[in-house]
Design a protein around this ligand. Structure first.
Ligand SMILES: Nc1ncnc2c1ncn2[C@@H]1O[C@H](COP(=O)(O)OP(=O)(O)O)[C@@H](O)[C@H]1O
Ligand SMILES: N[C@@H](CCC(=O)OP(=O)(O)O)C(=O)O
Length: 368
């Protein structure tokens, strides 16, 4: 672990660091982070910044509500995003660029590749991409919902070597340190098990989203792509000195030795299931094998509304998840085929359109 060995990193900064006083943005805690980013760039390491804070920055423009509604939060984000960008921009002597994305963008392969292209073009031209969720336009169906998971998706899209999540605590503790005095910092995690998830609670600040749980989810996504991940204290200026010296100031999640291929990682961790193909409980064909491709004869039910190219979940009737895959058929056509008495019809349709799922876009799931 050393900044001088990293070619590219993603730094994620939480809301509490950007708007610590709930009165718009403050550069107070951002100076150390900005200096760290500048130092990394000077060492030849490209940096992508995922910055939260639009809601926190825009909050003071609205009358005080204890629990703002989703539409009020979207309006706060619209009001605060420019302030957040301007606050960062003031701290750099190189240009930055804003990229606002939703899960609707990231789970669509064409738009995902387009986002990747923009990130790389900005980096190649020496700009700092600053990425946030486009909160103002999201709906329940479209949002990632938290910037921890977003930063892991961005780290995968950027082919980063490391993801540094700057939070308001030193790292992952055995329990929430804001609620338990005897909580102990965990310095290194090499296996993200259920026990690790059990330690992680939600956010206790009014502006944070997700707390530690979404940070563990993000680490899980990133390490499976071979990206080492750290949760560090963004409030402590010494954090960044330690990072520059190659030390671990918080919790380090070690990456998989054999990372998933980019396409499979996207299918597993970024694409979203739009429907389900349900097969018999005794189905045991290898879905990745060309000659045992899924046919409409194997499928006992089709759930959800999906189009050609959407991601579907293939699962058994008993709930066992088999694979996430790209569908070559729409749900409408599959229903039409299964409603036909004449099996010849289904065979002819499949001969023309090919197997139900594309053999190049299958992520086999651990059977749970
Ligand atoms: N096991 C844990 N270790 C550390 N922090 C935890 C833990 N469980 C819950 N938390 C909470 O997670 C918070 C950090 O998440 P969050 O508020 O979303 O911050 P950020 O804005 O940095 O994303 C901590 O301040 C703490 O209250
Ligand atoms: N997109 C939101 C950030 C949501 C979020 O995940 O916040 P945080 O937990 O502070 O990283 C915003 O800009 O306010």
């Amino acid at each position: 672990m050393s900044t001088s060995h990293w070619k590219r990193i993603v730094v994620k900064v939480g809301s509490a660091l950007i708007a610590p006083y709930q009165q718009g943005c403050s550069s107070h805690y951002l100076l150390g982070i900005a200096q760290f980013i500048a130092n990394c760039r000077a060492q030849g390491c490209q940096v992508v910044l995922v910055s939260s804070g639009s809601v926190a920055a825009g909050k003071h423009r609205f009358s005080d509500v204890a629990e703002p509604s989703v539409s009020l939060k979207k309006a706060m984000a619209a009001a605060g995003q420019a302030d957040m960008m301007a606050t960062w921009d003031k701290l750099f002597d190189f240009p930055s660029a804003q990229l606002l994305v939703t899960h609707g963008d990231l789970r669509d392969r064409e738009r995902y590749v387009s986002i990747k292209e923009t990130i790389f073009t900005l980096l190649d031209h020496g700009l700092l991409p600053i990425i946030n969720e486009n909160d103002a336009v999201t709906t329940d169906k479209l949002r990632v919902g938290d910037n921890d998971n977003l930063s892991a998706m961005v780290a995968a899209a950027s082919d980063a070597d490391a993801l540094i999540i700057c939070s308001d605590v030193k790292g992952l503790y055995t329990k929430n340190p804001n609620l338990h005095d005897d909580a102990k910092l965990i310095k290194q995690v090499s296996d993200i098990s259920e026990d690790i998830y059990a330690m992680a609670g939600g956010a206790t600040s009014s502006v944070g989203t997700g707390g530690m749980r979404t940070k563990i989810q993000a680490a899980e996504k990133a390490i499976s792509h071979g990206i080492e991940t750290m949760i560090v204290d963004g409030f402590d200026a010494d954090t960044f000195n330690q990072l520059l010296k190659g030390q671990n100031p918080g919790t380090l999640f070690t990456p998989y030795d054999e990372p998933m291929q980019e396409h499979l990682h996207w299918m597993t961790h970024t694409s979203q299931v739009q429907g389900e193909l349900i097969v018999e409980n005794d189905f045991d064909a290898d879905l990745e094998e060309q000659d045992t491709q899924l046919t409409s004869d194997d499928v006992v039910a089709v759930k959800g509304n999906f189009s050609v190219g959407d991601t579907v979940l293939v699962r058994k009737g008993d709930g066992t998840k088999l694979a996430k895959a790209k569908s070559n058929y729409s749900s409408c056509l599959l229903h039409f085929i299964s409603d036909q008495e004449d099996r010849e019809f289904a065979n002819n349709a499949q001969q023309k359109t090919g197997p139900l799922i594309s053999d190049k876009n299958i992520a086999i799931l651990e059977q749970i």
